[in-house]
Design a protein around this ligand. Structure first.
Ligand code: NAP
Length: 239
């Protein structure tokens, strides 16, 4: 049976790579985006051109009404693999951050996972099959100074993953990929010396690629991965 994957934040970075790799693996692909319409449409055209069924839906994952609308707009019946990937970073010292800064990061990176999962989980349970893969960060466990809200949001995602895996594991597996530093636009503000320090502390001696994360997501999505539930799969080169 042809499976359908929904990748939130699928227009750029890691999400874009997952859209390509899941499409190549035979999935129908739905990409969600918020602002990057041009990138989303270009990806849809690229995949459709390769005979991969692909749809793009605009929705801000931090907004419950927009997420509900997204669930009504999906083109391929139902979603059986949900990848909660949409995320934003914010760099600043806690004492300089505003309440709005905190709410925005928690809204997208944590509440967005909760809202999107709530919208797509019932159909998975009804169909007796589902895969939920949350994209978390190594900072969730180590803490990133100047990223308190981001760290807290990702630690929340790890907790949500573990809790939900106990609620629905009979039908739907819920896992998180705890990604190390990955080469995407998100890291544009990271200064070169900080990148160097991370590579220096990474036994495989490089930063990660979107392909590294995508590879792990494909593995967790497999039907044969049904005994992997509530896992935090580290894709960080051993940092
Ligand atoms: P990215 O290149 O900046 O891409 C972020 C994606 O999320 C874009 O497609 C963006 O679409 C989407 N997005 C942002 N806000 C959204 C919203 N409110 N609603 C819907 N979509 C939204 O970042 P990335 O590096 O690929 O990150 C992907 C995920 O991996 C994030 O959850 C991030 O925290 C996590 N992660 C990244 C790294 C890293 O080093 N890069 C490490 C660990 C974990 P629009 O442009 O349309 O808003």
């Amino acid at each position: 049976m042809k499976r359908t994957v929904l990748i939130t934040g699928g227009s750029r970075g890691i999400g874009r790579q997952m859209a390509i790799d899941f499409g190549n693996a035979g999935y129908n692909v739905i990409i969600n985006y918020n602002k990057s319409e041009k990138e989303a449409m270009s990806l849809v055209n690229e995949l459709n051109g390769r005979e991969i069924a692909c749809q793009a839906i605009r929705a801000d994952v931090s907004d419950g009404e927009q997420v509900k609308r997204m669930a009504k707009e999906i083109a391929f019946g139902h979603v059986d693999t949900l990848i909660n990937n949409a995320g934003i970073a914010h760099i600043g010292l806690l004492q300089n951050d505003s309440e709005e800064d905190f709410d925005r990061v928690i809204g997208v990176d944590l509440k967005g996972v909760w809202l999107t999962t709530r919208a797509f989980l019932p159909a998975m349970i009804q169909n007796g099959f589902g895969r939920i893969i949350n994209i978390s960060s190594f900072w969730a466990e180590r803490g990133s100074s100047t990223e308190t809200a981001y760290t807290a949001a990702k630690a929340g995602v790890n907790g949500l993953t573990k809790a939900l895996s106990r609620e629905v594991g009979e039908y739907v597996t819920v896992n998180a990929i705890v990604a190390g530093l990955i080469a995407t636009d998100m890291n544009d503000p990271v200064p070169p010396d900080a990148l160097f320090r991370i590579v220096d502390n990474t036994p495989v001696r490089r930063i990660g690629t979107p392909e590294d994360v995508s590879h792990a997501a494909l593995f967790l999505a497999e039907e044969k991965s049904s005994f992997i539930n509530g896992a935090l799969l580290h894709v960080d080169g051993g940092y």
